[in-house]
Design a protein around this ligand. Structure first.
Ligand code: GRF
Length: 211
């Protein structure tokens, strides 16, 4: 039986959970995988405390409702792939206010800059749908597919100021079979994402990941 970390005591010292916020822009299947793992008690000492989304009406917001985790859409500012500096500072404050100490980017389609990076130094991880450093940037699956690779996969890495270049924490490999279409190839990569992202969160919460 898994008890949330805050209820556990070891050697007379109360553990405190790794509280984290999930940031996403789309369907939120990875957010759902994380919330499922938390509910199943397989997320170690990690606790999702909030979901933040930049796209009004995105499906990721529904997962928050379904799992009882507050989920809100916040204005990112007028740009498409980044925040305005003022809005990024407001996001950082809102995420802090949620009690989160870590940020998990799960399908979040904006580049992070100083306001968030400095508010959560070395405490932001991202999921990318390719074997980094190959196929950085947008549409990692389509890029790999069009290149004709025999294997691709997904990567979880720390986020720093260089896009998709932070230290790699884990990767999973997916082989492209002759019978694959781009769609089935993508489905297999997503299935691996749903495994490695919750597992990395669990490992970080247990102190098993060192930058
Ligand atoms: C994932 O493939 C992730 O790697 C990429 O965006 C997708 C998000 O999917 N950055 P979802 O919103 O978690 O379903």
């Amino acid at each position: 039986m898994h008890f949330p970390a805050r209820f556990r005591v070891g050697s007379g010292v109360a553990f405190s959970a790794m509280k984290f916020a999930i940031l996403g822009s789309g369907t939120g299947s990875n957010a759902e995988a994380i919330l499922k793992a938390y509910r199943a008690g397989t997320l170690g000492d990690a606790e999702p405390v909030a979901i933040f989304c930049d796209i009004p009406g995105a499906k990721i917001l529904e997962h928050g409702k379904a799992y009882g985790v507050p989920a809100v859409q916040l204005d990112p500012g007028p740009f498409k792939t980044k925040f305005s500096p003022e809005r990024e500072a407001a996001w950082a404050q809102a995420i802090k206010d949620s009690g989160a100490e870590w940020i998990v980017l799960a399908g979040f389609m904006r580049v992070l800059k100083a306001p968030l990076l400095e508010a959560f130094p070395n405490r932001i991880i991202n999921l990318h749908p390719s074997l980094l450093p190959s196929f950085q940037g947008l549409d990692g699956i389509g890029q790999a597919w069009r290149y004709g690779v025999a294997v691709s996969g997904c990567t979880v890495h720390f986020v720093n100021a260089e896009l998709d270049r932070g230290a790699i924490i884990d990767q999973a490999v997916v082989r492209r079979e002759k019978t694959d279409t781009q769609e089935t190839f993508a489905q297999k990569i997503h299935a691996q994402e749903h495994k490695i992202l919750p597992d990395v969160i669990r490992r970080i919460s247990l102190g098993e990941v060192v930058l």
